[in-house]
Design a protein around this ligand. Sequence first.
Ligand code: SAM
Length: 328
Amino acid sequence: MKSEHYEIYNKSCYGLGELKDNSIDAMVTDPPYGISYQNNYWDKDLPDKKIWEDSVKVLKPGSFGLVFSSVRLMHRLMVALEDAGFLIKDVMFWSYLNGMPKSRDVALDIDKELGSESKVVGKYNYVQGYKKNGAENYYAENKKLKYEPTSELGVQYKGSGLGIKPAYEPVILIQKPLEKGLSVAKNIIKYGTGALNIENTRIPYAKGETKVGHNPHPKGRVAANIIRTEPFSDEYDKFFVIPKVRQKAEEFNDHPTLKPVELMHHLVKLVSFENQTVLDPFMGSGSTGVACLTLKRKFIGYELDERYYEICKKRIDAQKIINESLLF
Ligand SMILES: C[S@@+](CC[C@H](N)C(=O)[O-])C[C@H]1O[C@@H](n2cnc3c(N)ncnc32)[C@H](O)[C@@H]1O
């Protein structure tokens, strides 16, 4: 589907065959993390390095990109991005504080291994994975039993687990090198790329806050590499605050790794300027695209899965109608 403001493709992004070399101003993407999240077939592996090589080709020299990642595999993704030709500039943390720790009770495994029967000590009232009658929350409703270890070694390891609570998602800030021989200013003059949009992503001062620093900027602080979902309660907030979205916030959108449009807004704004073109090779249900359309950026997106592509189409169509009514 194509228009003056967007191009979205229901196909694999590999090759990016529709795009000319050095034609795209920025990239914002949330690719598969390679962690088999909720057993999604498309999340089994990290993307092949080839897509980053393809991206380097189509992006203009000096252009920036933001790539979501997982804590466990961001190192591999960063190496792939670097090997493909990108410079690693920073890693932003979208810190949501309320992640679900995925651990297991090792003490009970020890009991099992030693042939010792663990003791039932009660029932859980909340277990992820069980929803009653389409309820919003996951409740076990006294269905899942709680055990305690009984073997000597099991008791010694009581409460031990395998993981800590995941409370942030990394977003890797990358840049395609400037054209050889060009300064930043010359690169911007030739391509319009080479700088971050700091002016329009400043974090406004909190209400009642006295401006700090020697030369306080009227629009607020420079955007930080930490984005949070909750404000700090003990001091003025120096970070961008963007809450998580509930899955199915839009009834028709059940993409399992939906990103908040507000977050994509901030990221799109940081790496691009009005009337520029932003690429998302792994657009899912199109959160980057919706953000681009509201910010007067042209969007180009790819999505392999037809169902997600159709959801994306619906969201883009809805945004198009809003924009037309605002005479964008
Ligand atoms: C993490 S999700 C993106 C979710 C998106 N940020 C949103 O808010 O809806 C990654 C998406 O990449 C898609 N994908 C995986 N491999 C692909 C490929 N080779 N080409 C295009 N899309 C692909 C998956 O189907 C999945 O929808």
